[in-house]
Design a protein. Structure first.
Length: 327
């Protein structure tokens, strides 16, 4: 039986990966901090290893005797910009170095990156893997630096980088506000343009992709863009979220200058609590782009998976929010 390490297993993405791998009878070790909230994974048959990717000395025990690593630990929203780089860049550097030093015969190291590293695409042209990455946010820049650390070892270790589009599903807090407002009968578009185009990925599909990679003896490529094979406008997303919640939503667009004002206010009040702002200017830079579309054909050529359509994934997610009293 292959033994798998998941970093960030207590989080939204990591917990779903852990859940799916356990269901496939893998032996799973989870690297978590002693302060981590384990509510999503505490009832799973997991081995817990305590440590922090920002502390290199804590990683030897985590990576030893492991066949495959799924590195999903990272930060999406922070109270201080430097934290993006400390965790997403340096933390990844620490982990891959520990793997090379203490477990050089590992079968695969998988880095869960993000579509944000590529930067926005051009009008109706899906961005390809050979195009330059020009991230517009500190989050995207820090994840791209993390990718670079992993890819330095591509000739020494079997590494794979996954770049999922915006991931949604049960337990997700980041896209939950969109479900919440849709359930109230309206949908806010913060880019000022209801026809901006983006891609999405249902969390269960991402977890299944991780299983496919775990089962594969090798992957045809080092990097994969991941998304449902359909592109949505923000207005379409709003209508679908309204439909699954039984509401005929009213679409409201906010001009960019107003969204930036909201972000500044959100950051100001969050600073008093030393907590990440729910809306920040870094995220606004991503929201305001007209196109976020990537070419997923490389993954579709190497692997077989029927992606979950938004209408289905959104309904599953909405029902979960209702059942767990988030709505």
């Amino acid at each position: 039986m292959q033994k798998i390490l998941i970093t960030g297993a207590n989080g939204f993405v990591g917990s779903h990966i852990a859940e799916r791998l356990v269901s496939k009878n893998y032996s799973v070790r989870c690297l978590v901090r002693k302060t981590s909230d384990l509510k999503w994974v505490k009832n799973l048959p997991l081995e817990f290893c305590y440590g922090d990717i920002t502390e290199p000395e804590a990683l030897e025990q985590a990576v030893k005797d492991i066949d495959i690593i799924f590195h999903s630990a990272g930060v999406v929203r922070v109270s201080k910009t430097e934290t993006y780089y400390k965790v997403n860049h340096i933390g990844t550097k620490n982990l891959i170095e520990a793997v090379y030093k203490f477990n050089p015969d590992i079968k695969r190291f998988v880095y869960i990156s993000t579509q944000s590293v590529m930067g926005p695409s051009q009008a109706d042209m899906c961005k390809g893997l050979n195009e330059s990455c020009i991230p517009v946010s500190h989050y995207g820049k820090s994840k791209l630096l993390g990718e670079a650390e992993v890819l330095k070892y591509r000739d020494k270790l079997p590494v794979t980088v996954l770049r999922p589009a915006a991931v949604y599903g049960p337990r997700d807090k980041d896209l939950f506000p969109f479900f919440k407002v849709a359930a109230q009968g309206f949908f806010t578009i913060m880019s000022g343009d209801r026809n901006c185009k983006i891609q999405l990925l249902f969390i269960k599909d991402l977890a299944e992709i991780c299983c496919l990679i775990a089962e594969a003896k090798e992957t045809g490529n080092d990097i994969y863009f991941l998304a449902e094979n359909r592109i949505y406008t923000w207005e379409e997303i709003g209508r679908i979220l309204g439909c699954v919640s039984g509401r005929n939503v009213k679409i409201i667009t906010f001009p960019l200058y107003l969204v930036n004002i909201f972000a500044v206010i959100s950051e100001f009040f969050a600073s008093f609590k030393n907590m990440p702002a729910k809306l920040n200017r870094d995220k606004v830079k991503e929201f305001c782009q007209k196109y976020w579309t990537a070419d997923t054909s490389v993954f579709e050529k190497d692997f077989e998976l029927k992606f979950t359509q938004l209408e289905i994934g959104a309904k599953i997610t909405y029902n979960w929010y209702k059942e767990n009293h988030w709505l």
